[in-house]
Ligand binder design. Structure first.
Ligand code: GLN
Length: 442
């Protein structure tokens, strides 16, 4: 197989757009669809990544009306290689969420509309499930590519931190944010990865092109992590391990210290960074503008910043508290130490193997089931996606099972810079696994 993307003639394009708009009314995959005829291979882009001449809202009211006049580097590189952006995909506001529900019109699961699509890259996963041969450019801070990919039965690839330039990304937590991809085939993902990866003078944290390729046939299972997930997910995961060991993968069970602190450490660091990154939204420069200059200082900024949704407000308040001088040793500095301890401990196993685990600890929940859970319960659902993200390790969620018509995803993790080995693994997996993608437009 080679990379293959949807590319349409003029007459096909009109039909495609009308089908897409119809599907979008049901599933809310897109915040914006560009109806102008596109020449080239069609991709979509998460709404926190800038595309010249298209709105970029990150699903936030505070960015309503913002229209960037430039492309993110990843978008520019793909446009230079003959790709065209069809629209901007729905997401949790600024990337804050795991279910896609922190958006005014939440995206719905393409397999069953009563279920969540996952988040925060909800729309990118739904668009990929819906559109033939599709790849969506997405972003992950703590699991926003793996989670929706798992719930929507598609593949989510999160590269090494810094492998793809973050220029043009509306930042959430800069030391954790990574641009990546949601797609359906190893060949398509490899193609977009090859075309976007590599250093960029506009992002000083971006890395050079050199990506090594160890190809291990050993899989480590972290028992002290997997023991905390739903029993039925555990059973399915055991079946997956049996299948892989029949395919000559050696499975080894291990324990990794400190992983129980990864979710708190992640939320402490990500909220701290988010609270500073969101400080620039004050009603002056981007999107929502406060026009009433008769307001006093507090009233002026309050009328801008009350545009933030509930979860964004929570994170700005908590993040600001955590960073305060008298508190920061107690939380922020400890979280940094935990992050380094976990990197060292996980890296040891990635020398000669992949780490494998389910992507999410629960079956895809119904929208009604998660609408009222507490923030802490919601954050704990990231227990499997947070560790690789906290460490900047490249990882990939791939569909491996369908239960009662809904897909399940597993996640494999590899060492820094070894991104392509994930796609080699996927190619092998594809050759023995029959994918059932939802429905295909195009
Ligand atoms: N669910 C995580 C959070 O809310 C991850 C989000 C993301 O990766 N953008 O922070």
């Amino acid at each position: 197989m080679t990379a293959k993307f949807l590319s349409l003639t003029d007459s096909e394009y009109a039909i495609f757009i009308s089908q897409l708009k119809q599907a979008n009314e049901r599933l809310n995959a897109f915040n914006f669809i560009d109806e102008n005829k596109k020449s080239g291979k069609i991709i979509s882009v998460k709404d926190n990544i800038c595309v010249k001449g298209m709105p970029a809202t990150a699903s936030s009211k505070i960015l309503q009306g913002y229209m960037p006049g430039f492309n993110a580097t990843a978008v520019q590189r793909l446009e230079n290689s003959g790709f065209s952006v069809i629209g901007k995909t729905n997401m949790d506001e600024f990337g804050f969420g795991s279910f896609g529900l922190n958006s005014e019109h939440p995206a719905k699961n393409p397999f069953n509309e009563e279920y969540v699509a996952g988040g925060s890259s909800s729309g990118s996963a739904v668009a990929t499930a819906l559109i033939k041969e599709h790849v969506s450019i997405a972003e992950s801070t703590g699991g926003s590519i793996s989670a929706p990919a798992a719930f929507c039965g598609v593949v989510g690839l999160t590269p090494t931190y810094g492998a793809i330039s973050r220029y043009g990304l509306i930042d959430y937590a800069s030391s954790l944010d990574k641009i990546g991809f949601i797609g359906k085939s190893a060949d398509n993902l490899r193609d977009v990865m090859e075309k976007t990866v590599g250093s960029d003078p506009k992002d000083t944290t971006s890395l050079s092109n050199v990506i090594s390729n160890k190809n291990p046939h050993k899989l480590y299972v972290i028992d002290n992590l997997v023991e905390n997930i739903d029993e039925s997910i555990k059973d399915r995961f055991e079946d997956l391990l049996a299948k892989l060991s029949a395919k000559d993968y050696e499975i080894e069970h291990v324990n990794v210290d400190y992983l129980e602190y990864s979710v708190p450490a992640y939320y402490i660091l990500s909220m701290s960074e988010a609270s500073t990154n969101l400080a620039k939204y004050q009603g002056f420069k981007y999107g929502f503008k406060v026009k009433d200059f008769s307001l006093n200082y507090n009233e002026f900024f309050m009328s801008a910043r009350k545009q933030f949704g509930k979860e964004a407000k929570r994170r700005v308040i908590l993040g600001t508290f955590i960073r305060s001088k008298s508190i920061k040793q107690r939380y922020y500095e400890k979280a940094l130490a935990i992050r380094h301890a976990i990197i060292a401990r996980m890296k040891k196993f990635l020398n000669d193997g992949f780490i494998i685990m389910p992507s999410m600890p629960i079956f895809t929940p119904k929208i009604s089931e998660v609408s009222d859970i507490s923030p802490v319960e919601a954050y704990s659902m990231d227990m499997l996606t947070v560790p690789p993200n906290l460490c900047g390790f490249p990882h990939m969620s791939f569909p491996y099972f369908y239960e009662k018509g809904m897909p399940l995803g597993a996640q494999i993790i590899t060492d820094h810079f070894n991104d392509y080995s994930l796609l080699d693994f996927l190619s092998e997996w594809e050759s023995g696994f029959k994918y059932k993608f939802k429905e295909e437009i195009g």
